[in-house]
Design a protein around this ligand. Structure first.
Ligand SMILES: *[C@@H]1O[C@H](CO)[C@@H](O)[C@H](O)[C@H]1NC(C)=O
Ligand SMILES: *[C@@H]1O[C@H](CO)[C@@H](O)[C@H](O)[C@H]1NC(C)=O
Ligand SMILES: *[C@@H]1O[C@H](CO)[C@@H](O)[C@H](O)[C@H]1NC(C)=O
Ligand SMILES: *[C@@H]1O[C@H](CO)[C@@H](O)[C@H](O)[C@H]1NC(C)=O
Ligand SMILES: *[C@@H]1O[C@H](CO)[C@@H](O)[C@H](O)[C@H]1NC(C)=O
Ligand SMILES: *[C@@H]1O[C@H](CO)[C@@H](O)[C@H](O)[C@H]1NC(C)=O
Length: 626
C-alpha cells in the first residue's frame, strides 16, 4: 500500500460543530451515465475477410476484454464502424427475400455479449454487394436488412438485451471516405426511413413493449453545400416531425486539443440547428465522437499520460454543467469517446486509445501486451460516482486559470449514505500554490452511523506508465517482464488514504501534486450492504506463464469496494497464496506474471470494503496452460 507522505488528510475535531452540517443550499439532480461510451474503426481494408480477421483477432478481443474489465457501468456501449459488413448474402428466396449468413457477426456479438458490452449498430455496409445492382429496390433491401438484423439478435439474445443496444445510420455520410455507396440526398433519406421501418417491424412482435430507436445522422455538419446529407435529414425531420426516421440526433464535434473546445463547438452547432429547426428542439442529442482532437492515430503527447485522462473527465464535467445550465444541452443524451482503438508502433502510448499496445515481435510466440493508460483508470473512477450530483463547483485559487473543479455526488437515500467527490484542476491550470481544500461534509456524526473513506489519486509522473516506459525502459518497443510489471504497478489510481472519519470535515493539502491530477474521495456508511462475492472469474492467456484474470462485480454493492484480492493455489496439496498482495486493485482485473513459477492452478477472488470487511470468495477456477 503506497502512502505518500506529502499528502495529508486532516480530520480536525471541531468542538463547536454546528448542527446543520449539510449544505442544504445545494441542489442534487439525477446524474445520468451519459459518458460511458466508446468506439473504434477496425484497421485495414474495408472488406469482409479483413474485417472478420481483425475483429476476431487476439488483439481486438484482448482490447475489448480490458474495456469490459473496468468497474460495472464504466463503459456500456461500443460503436464499431463497418460491423455489419460481417453479414454474408447467401441467396434469394423464391419470393425475392435475401437470405443472410450471420455466423461471423454472431461470433463477434456473442463475445461482446459475454463481456457485458452493448454494441452501437451502425447500418454501414453494401449488404455484401447486393445493393449495387439493385438500386431500384434499395429501400426494400434496407428495410428488410434492418428487420433481419434486429430480428436475428432479438431471437438470439432477447428483448432485454436488445433494448440496451443502439442503432444508428451511416457514420459521417457526407464524408467521401465513408460514403462508399454514393448516397444522393433522396437516396439517403429513403435509406434512413427504410431502416426505421425495419426496426419498428422487428420490434413489433412478440414484444409489443419493445421500442428500438434509430439514431442519426452521425454527422459532422459542416456547411450545407459540403454536407448536404445530414442537413437534409434535419430539414426533413423539421418539416415532418411525425415522419422523422431518427429519434436521437447524433453529431460529431471535437476540439483542437482543449476540452473546453469540444463543448464550445458543440454549443455553436446546436445553436445553429435550433435556430433553423424549431421542431426538433425536444429531440435528445448525442455527440458520439466528443474527443479533444480529431485523428485518433495522429500522435499527441497528451494522449500518453494523465493529461488525456484529465481532459476526458473535464469534458464530462463541462457537459454535466452545460446540461444543467445551458438551453442547448438540456436534451443531451450522451457523449462518446472514440478511444477503443489499438495503438501501433512507434506510438504505443501517443494515439487516442485507452490502452498502450505492445506487439511483442521479439517473443518466441508473437503476442500483444496491453498496459492500461491513465485515461482507462479515469473511466473507472467516473464509474464510482453516486446517482445524484450537484452542479460542478469551481474553486478559484488565485486566478481564473488556476482553478479546481469539484463534482459532488451522493446516494439517493441518506441511509446508507454514499458520497463520491471527483476533483481535478481545470485544464489551463498551471499552479495551485500551497492550496488546501477544506470542506464540511453533509452529515453529522452524532448518530450511530460510522463512515469509512477512501481517497484515490491519478497523478502526472506517478500513476503514469508512460513515465516509467520513458525513464526506466528507454521507450523500448519490447519491454521485458520487469519493465511491464513496473508499468502495470503504475496503471491504477493510487490509494492515497483510507480510514474512518472522526469528524464530518475534509481538509486536503493538494499543493504537492503534480498537475494534472484527478482525485476521487468516497465515503461509505457502515450500514452499506456488504460486498457480494465477485462472479464469473475468467482466466485468459497472454503468453506462456502470463495470464489476464477478469471477473464481474455486483453492481449494487461495488461502490464501497476498496480493493480486490486475488488468491492462487498451484494444486490441492499446497496452501492458497495471496498473489495480489502488493497491488491496489480497485478494478475487476489482474495481470498475473510470476517470475519463475507456473500460472497453472486454481484462482479465486474476493473484495475488501472501506471497513476492511471481506466478501466471500468467488467460485474457484482452474487454469491449465496449453
Ligand atoms: C439537510 O438539511 C435540511 C435543512 O436543515 C434538512 O431538511 C435535510 O433533511 C438535511 N439532509 C441531510 C442529508 O441531513
Ligand atoms: C461511387 O463513386 C465512386 C467514384 O465515382 C466509384 O468509384 C464507386 O464505384 C461508386 N460506388 C458505388 C457503390 O457505386
Ligand atoms: C511487429 O510486426 C508487425 C507485423 O510485421 C509490424 O506491423 C509491427 O510494426 C511490428 N512491431 C514492432 C514493435 O516492431
Ligand atoms: C483554456 O484556455 C484557452 C485559451 O485561452 C481557452 O480558449 C479555454 O476556454 C480555456 N479553458 C477553460 C476551461 O477555461
Ligand atoms: C498563483 O500562485 C502560484 C503559486 O503560488 C504562482 O506561481 C502564480 O504566479 C500565482 N498566479 C497569480 C496570477 O497570482
Ligand atoms: C503442487 O504444487 C507444488 C508447488 O508448485 C509442487 O511443488 C508440487 O509438486 C505439486 N504437487 C502435486 C501433487 O502436483
Amino acid at each position: 500500500m503506497q502512502m505518500v507522505g506529502t499528502f495529508l488528510l486532516y480530520l480536525v475535531a471541531l468542538t463547536s460543530l454546528k448542527n446543520h452540517s449539510n449544505t442544504s443550499d445545494e441542489s442534487y439532480q439525477k446524474l445520468p451515465r451519459f459518458w460511458t461510451n466508446t468506439g473504434f474503426c477496425p484497421s485495414g481494408e474495408i472488406k469482409r475477410d479483413n474485417l472478420k480477421a481483425v475483429l476476431l483477432s487476439d488483439e481486438v478481443q484482448m482490447n475489448l476484454m480490458h474495456i469490459a474489465a473496468l468497474p460495472t457501468g464504466a463503459v456500456s456501449h461500443i460503436r464499431i464502424h463497418w460491423l455489419l459488413k460481417l453479414v454474408k448474402f447467401i441467396e434469394y428466396t423464391p419470393t425475392g427475400i435475401p437470405i443472410y449468413d450471420f455466423s461471423d457477426l454472431d461470433a463477434f456479438i456473442l463475445n461482446l455479449n459475454d463481456l457485458g458490452l452493448y454494441p452501437v449498430i451502425e447500418f454501414m455496409t453494401d449488404i455484401d454487394g447486393i445493393l449495387v445492382n439493385n438500386w431500384d429496390i434499395a429501400a426494400f433491401l434496407w428495410q428488410d436488412f434492418s428487420y433481419q438484423v434486429t430480428k436475428h439478435y432479438l431471437n438470439l439474445l432477447g428483448a432485454k438485451k436488445l433494448a440496451k443496444w443502439r442503432f444508428e445510420t451511416w457514420n459521417e455520410p457526407d464524408v467521401l471516405n465513408y460514403n462508399r455507396l454514393n448516397f444522393t440526398t433522396k437516396g439517403f433519406l429513403e435509406y434512413a426511413m427504410a431502416l426505421r421501418k425495419g426496426l419498428t417491424d422487428a420490434s413489433r412482435k412478440p414484444v409489443d413493449s419493445l421500442h428500438l430507436a434509430l439514431r442519426g445522422p452521425a454527422g459532422l455538419f459542416k456547411s450545407k453545400s459540403n454536407h448536404p446529407l445530414c442537413w437534409a435529414l434535419l430539414e426533413a425531420c423539421n418539416s415532418q416531425i411525425n415522419n422523422c426516421p431518427i429519434e436521437v440526433l447524433t453529431y460529431h464535434r471535437k476540439g483542437q486539443g482543449l476540452a473546453a473546445e469540444v463543448l464550445e463547438t458543440s454549443r455553436q452547432l446546436l445553436k445553429s440547428i435550433y435556430a433553423k429547426y424549431d421542431n426538433i428542439k425536444s429531440m435528445p442529442v448525442s455527440n458520439d465522437e466528443a474527443d479533444p482532437i480529431a485523428g485518433w492515430s495522429t500522435p499527441q503527447d497528451y494522449h500518453e499520460d494523465v493529461r488525456y485522462a484529465a481532459k476526458l473527465v473535464f469534458i464530462m464535467f463541462l457537459h454535466w454543467r452545460a446540461k444543467l445550465e445551458l438551453r442547448e444541452f438540456k436534451n443531451l443524451e450522451s457523449i462518446s469517446h472514440d478511444n477503443a482503438f489499438i495503438s501501433y508502433h512507434p506510438f504505443e502510448f501517443a494515439q487516442r486509445t485507452l490502452l498502450a499496445h505492445f506487439r511483442m515481435n521479439n517473443s518466441k510466440s508473437v503476442h500483444s501486451q496491453f498496459i492500461q493508460k491513465p485515461v482507462y483508470a479515469a473511466l473507472g473512477m467516473l464509474s464510482k460516482l453516486a446517482p445524484l450530483a450537484a452542479d460542478v463547483e469551481t474553486i478559484t485559487v488565485n486566478s481564473s486559470n488556476n482553478e479546481i473543479w469539484l463534482l459532488k455526488t451522493r446516494s439517493t437515500d441518506d441511509i446508507p449514505l454514499y458520497l463520491s467527490w471527483l476533483l481535478l484542476p481545470q485544464e489551463n491550470t498551471t499552479s495551485l500554490g500551497r492550496f488546501t481544500l477544506h470542506r464540511q461534509l453533509p452529515f453529522d456524526l452524532c448518530t450511530k452511523d460510522t463512515f469509512g473513506y477512501v481517497i484515490e489519486v491519478l497523478e502526472q509522473g506517478d500513476t503514469d506508465p508512460v513515465h516509467i516506459w520513458r525513464t526506466k525502459a528507454n521507450a523500448t518497443p519490447f519491454p521485458d517482464a520487469m519493465q511491464r510489471a513496473a508499468m502495470r504497478h503504475a496503471q491504477t489510481p493510487r490509494l492515497q488514504s483510507t480510514g474512518i472519519l472522526v469528524t464530518p470535515e475534509l481538509k486536503i493539502y493538494i499543493g504537492d501534486f503534480q498537475i494534472p491530477w484527478i482525485l476521487l474521495f468516497r465515503v461509505c456508511s457502515i450500514f452499506s450492504p456488504t460486498l457480494k462475492p465477485p462472479t464469473q472469474p475468467m482466466i485468459t492467456k497472454v503468453t506462456g506463464g502470463e495470464v489476464f484474470i477478469i471477473w464481474r462485480e455486483d453492481g449494487d454493492t461495488k461502490q464501497c469496494l476498496k480493493t480486490y484480492e486475488v488468491w492462487f493455489q498451484a494444486n490441492e496439496t499446497v496452501e492458497w497464496n495471496f498473489i495480489s498482495e502488493d497491488w491496489h486493485l480497485p478494478f475487476p482485473s489482474f495481470h498475473f506474471a510470476p517470475v519463475d513459477a507456473s500460472v497453472n492452478g486454481f484462482y479465486k477472488i474476493r473484495g475488501l470494503d472501506f471497513f476492511n470487511r471481506r466478501s466471500k470468495f468467488s467460485a474457484r477456477v482452474e487454469y491449465i496452460e496449453i
